[in-house]
Design a protein around this ligand. Structure first.
Ligand code: GLA
Length: 700
């Protein structure tokens, strides 16, 4: 809801209020929802600004930096007008959130007649506010945008800890918390992707609560947190200004990606609010609310070494356990027997697919499974027919040796001919195989940015515009296909991509132990509905850890369950165990995929509990990650249950079982005497003990 009284605008979400004073471009308040009223006069003048530019006696990191038509960097934006729009305007060329929501549009004009527009959208059903900026060049000469952040939020106080989600390939989104102190904290990506290293989701926390921010963008991003000497803290988020220099001709507009923000009293509530927002206002299309299939992917089972017989054998074994979708990963096209060649040659390798994708897909379907296919559309191998025919399609700087990563180059997606080519060939792969699922991969960072006729400072962002044009066209063409994004695991795990891909491969690390942390880190800003999670073979291929099938299954239930191993190698006992697990999963899939998930994060017990919307049922996975002699008693507090209900609690294996009130389960410290058992540990060198509990509300 947006209400206005003169220059003061109240933006109320279900549980928060943001108050803006338009003429002075100030934030008067952001926090817990306030009762109605407009008595904010005494709160003006605190200097918490909606935007900042040099030249106005503000020396904290700026949200706007222009090289102006008058030759200077200073800008003097003053208030021009405001409108309350009945709907959120689209951001041309960029993905953004959607849904019913009113939008506040504010316009500020510089003396040169360059205009800055700010947009704040509140959705009727969510606590997340979407913010973006636009710059219109109404001056007499062209200008250069050196920086235009999507959102500036000036927070009261200068004692924040900033929480980021960091890592590397196969070790993404580990939670890191730091005091900001008196310096400037920057989290960013310069890799042409949102990156494994630093996710755009960040939180700023102090005694007031938690402010969380994310960006609906998949390219270079930058989050800056600076505590200034006047006792406030400025958060900026937007496109990274690294190598960014956008020429804005007279009469044209530049639009930033959308930033999203939320306030909540604690981290669990922030996650809850973001889970809802992502599920309702980011993920879209046919698969938004649809239960996702249990899949088997052949990558870790075969890598490049497969033929039709092997694939069908895996599919058959998978079908026997209850798997619903077979995904053919890398290696099915061109002469692709290793990662050194063939990217770009999206035609069937007949030897490996036994007569092509169409016939293979038919045989898979005849077994009763759907068919899915892997592609990596933005890449090109130098050893490929595509490169031999169109070397100029590759991203490289004339006269320089390009940097090869995983032996491959990238396509120059700023070029419309390349974009159209990708749309055509990838559409053809989907059409001829009739694929019901597509995994869209992206396996390297960007280095040799160059496109003929493209101003270098515009390259990174123009790449993203080209990429979004291509992916949106393909997704629109195939509305019934389930698209899963991937970037060497979770290298582009961001809200921009989630506008197109209903799910995302969380990490190339499939070890249950590592996954506990990776999935927990991911869950701060993203719901389980977008997180691919697979059971793989042991010893695990990334870490050499061994964990029980039970532990691997339990951990994967924290995301979208899949298998990534050669299922023909299962013993009859394992087939039996896996079949029971999949049957259980399917029975409880709606709850596990779409229920409210909370992290369990005790000293020795990590996991999650997923609670049905009406709180009548919950599934908890509790993992004890360490054990040592004379260990203190391991206890746990559950979350998300109804305080006033009584629950019957049983272990999935049928052992144990007790009854307790929801309030006790959440506030008492439940001793887990049965969790760690040395038998399991000695059999499994990884030493992870995992139990699944089912909680059912007692009928009165
Ligand atoms: C990336 C993906 C993997 C797999 C391989 C194939 O690493 O993250 O899941 O698809 O590429 O080359």
């Amino acid at each position: 809801m947006i209400k206005r009284k003169e220059q003061i605008i109240r933006l109320d979400t279900l549980n928060t209020t943001l108050v803006i004073k338009a003429d002075t471009a100030e934030y008067l308040y952001y926090g817990k929802r306030l009762a109605n009223g407009f008595d904010f006069g005494a709160y003006a003048g605190g200097g918490k600004k909606l935007f900042s530019a040099p030249g106005k006696d503000d020396y904290t990191e700026y949200s706007v930096l222009l090289e102006n038509s008058d030759g200077g960097f200073a800008a003097d934006f003053s208030f021009s007008k405001l409108r309350i729009l009945p709907e959120k305007p689209e951001i041309p060329g960029l993905p953004s959130s959607y849904g019913e929501g009113k939008t506040l549009e504010l316009k500020y004009t510089d003396t040169t007649r360059v205009a800055l527009f700010l947009y704040y959208t509140v959705f009727d059903d969510s606590d997340v506010i979407a913010v973006s900026a636009r710059l219109f060049n109404g001056a007499k000469k062209d200008i250069h945008i050196r920086r235009l952040m999507s959102l500036q939020m000036d927070l009261p106080g200068a004692d924040y800890s900033v929480v980021t989600f960091e890592g590397a390939w196969a070790n993404e989104r580990n939670k890191v918390s730091r005091e900001v102190g008196s310096g400037i904290f920057v989290s960013d990506s310069k890799r042409g992707m949102s990156s494994h290293a630093r996710n755009p989701f960040i939180m700023a926390e102090d005694r007031r609560g938690v402010y969380a921010f994310n960006l609906v963008y998949s390219g270079n991003h930058k989050e800056t947190v600076e505590a200034d000497c006047s006792g406030k803290t400025r958060v900026l988020t937007g496109i990274n200004d690294f190598m960014f220099d956008w020429l804005l001709p007279v009469g044209e507009t530049f639009c930033t990606p959308e930033a999203v923000m939320c306030f909540a009293p604690d981290e669990d509530t922030i996650s809850n609010r973001f889970h809802y927002f992502v599920s309702e206002h980011i993920v879209r299309g046919k698969w938004k609310k649809k239960e996702r299939p249990v899949l088997v992917n052949n990558w870790e089972g075969t890598y490049f070494d497969f033929n039709e017989e092997k694939l069908l054998a895996i599919a058959e074994a998978a079908k026997r356990t209850g798997v619903e979708l077979f995904v053919l990963d890398d290696g099915w096209f061109g002469r692709r027997d290793s990662d050194t060649c063939s990217l770009g040659d999206w035609y069937d390798n007949l030897e490996k697919t036994g007569g092509g994708l169409a016939s293979l897909a038919d045989k898979i379907r005849a077994l009763g499974l759907s068919f899915g296919i892997w592609v990596e559309p933005e890449m090109i191998s130098e050893d490929s027919d595509l490169y031999r025919a169109h070397p100029n399609f590759a991203m490289k700087i004339p006269g320089r040796t390009p940097t090869r990563l995983r032996h491959q180059l990238m396509l120059n997606m700023t070029d419309e001919r390349v974009q159209n080519y990708v749309v055509r060939v990838i559409s053809d792969v989907i059409s001829r195989s009739g694929a019901e699922y597509v995994k869209w991969d992206f396996n390297r960072s960007m280095t040799d940015c160059y496109g003929k006729g493209i101003f270098p400072g515009e390259y990174f962002h123009r790449y993203m515009l080209g990429y979004y044009r291509v992916v949106s066209k393909i997704v629109k063409k195939f509305p019934f296909v389930l698209f899963e994004g991937c970037a060497g695991g979770g290298g582009r795990f961001d809200l921009g991509n989630m506008c197109y891909f209903s799910q995302y491969w969380t990490s190339d690390d499939t070890d249950a132990r590592m996954r506990i942390a990776i999935q927990a880190g991911s869950s701060y800003g993203y719901p389980q509905t977008v997180m691919g999670a697979h059971v793989s073979a042991c010893p695990n291929h990334q870490t050499a850890n061994t964990n029980s099938l039970e532990a691997r299954f339990n951990v994967a239930c924290g995301g979208l369950l899949g298998y990534e191993l050669d299922m023909t190698k299962f013993t009859p006992e394992e087939i039996q165990e896996v079949s029971e697990q999949i049957a259980f999963y399917k029975e409880n899939r709606k709850l596990l995929q779409f229920g409210d998930q909370y992290r369990i994060d005790e000293k020795y017990v990590k996991g999650f509990i997923t609670v049905s919307k009406d709180k009548s049922m919950a599934i908890a996975v509790l993992n004890q990650t360490v054990a040592f002699p004379s260990m203190p008693l391991v206890t746990v507090r559950l979350k998300g249950l109804s305080e006033t209900s009584v629950y019957d609690v049983t272990r999935r294996d049928g052992k144990g079982g007790f009854t307790a009130g929801g309030d006790l389960l959440m506030n008492g410290d439940l001793p887990l005497c049965d969790l760690f058992d040395y038998d399991t540990v000695s059999k499994n060198s990884g030493g992870l003990c995992s139990r699944m509990y089912i909680l059912k509300k007692r009928k009165n």
